[in-house]
Design a protein around this ligand. Sequence first.
Ligand SMILES: [Zn+2]
Length: 238
Amino acid sequence: MSNHGDAEQIALACRVLAHQGLAEDILGHVSVRGDDDTLSVRCRGPRERGLLFTEAEDVHRIELEGTPRPPAGYAVPNELPIHREILLARPDVRVVVHVHPPAVVAADLAGLPLRPIIGAYNIPAMRLADRGIPVYPRGVLISSSELGKALAGTLGDAPVCVLRGHGIVATGETVAQAVVRALNLESLARMTLHATSSGNPVPELSEEDIAELPDLGPGFNDDLVWRSAVAKLEHAGH
Ligand SMILES: [Zn+2]
């Protein structure tokens, strides 16, 4: 029902995101653009036990537009329009992650925007913040194409977006890139909450330091972090 390689990767991504605490219980999904105007997406099936227990059999390929027709016994996500509208609006995006990371949601609700406060602690996270992270201001379920289009409009050409009172969207060219962007946002949000908890002002990294930090490349930034996250998952028995 789905490109098997993509299905395996999507299932693994769901388990990694859940294991890292970005997807509590059953909420969240990952999609990958397929050939011929299709996408493969994590669906809810007869054995549904939450994201941590996603298997390749839970991933199905559907049309990018029109009435989705998953196999009997499976339901596409209520928030499928997130995936469809972003993939339609962004030809450069191949992978869409939607999860509900608690620190990102808490920091945004507390009025703490994700700013480039860190440096070498997590350079890719700093770069996401330095670029500016758009915030979709509504806490609704993105269950219609109108809402999906509005969200895609807020995302614009950014790699990630915060959904107020809800979660995040992280995009990428690869599953590893999109998942690691989600992990990095949550890491930055946790640090933002810790650093501001004293009540003292937390300065941004200086422009000089930002300019001096290297780009270590996708092999380091994405693939090694992804491999580490998968290893931790396997070590935990998932
Ligand atoms: Zn959601």
